[in-house]
Design a protein around this ligand. Structure first.
Ligand code: C2G
Length: 143
């Protein structure tokens, strides 16, 4: 049983996330997702649209995901790899070579998969902001 682990916020779930999860699962038999908690997101300077419980439920509904655990700190990864007997840590290529992951090569395989181009949670948020008001009603009240 080859066990795969990945980390992320997975906010406003989109096909870039699904592509990552599908390919990560294909590298093994069991996929664990360490999901950033709301407090850890604050540490990362991020504010997710969905809270942790909602993002967890959405991930648990994905066929590729076998277990969702909380990601609460940058420092928990070695403990996670040991506790869950992880064989491969997988991240998107935006993390390639990062000191936040490369050190794990002493404990398990580390694989960076090509990031899915053209989609991101930030892009979704920005493009929704630019959308025409619905039915002419200003979405942002004139103050
Ligand atoms: N991803 C991707 N393609 C995209 C968007 C995201 O492959 N178009 C990947 C990212 O590379 C990451 C995963 O999907 O591996 C989750 O992305 P985010 O939710 O943005 O996670 P991130 O903010 O990078 O948090 O400790 C590490 C952090 O928790 C990672």
């Amino acid at each position: 049983m080859k066990r795969v682990l990945t980390y992320g916020t997975f906010d406003l779930l989109h096909y870039g996330h699904i592509n990552l999860l599908r390919r990560a699962k294909a590298l093994g038999d069991y996929l664990i997702v360490a999901l950033s908690t709301d407090d850890f997101n604050a540490l990362k300077g991020k504010k997710a649209y969905h809270n942790y419980e909602t993002r967890k439920k959405m991930l648990e509904a994905i066929r590729y995901v076998d277990l969702v655990i909380p990601e609460e700190s940058w420092e928990q990864k070695i403990d996670d790899v040991k506790k869950y007997q992880v064989d491969i840590v997988v991240m998107g290529s935006d993390w390639a070579g990062s000191s936040k992951f490369d050190y794990l090569k002493d404990y398990c395989e580390v694989v960076y998969l090509p990031r899915t181009e053209g989609i991101s949670t930030t892009k979704i948020k920005e493009e929704l902001k630019l959308q025409e008001p619905v039915n002419g009603i200003n979405q942002i009240p004139n103050i």
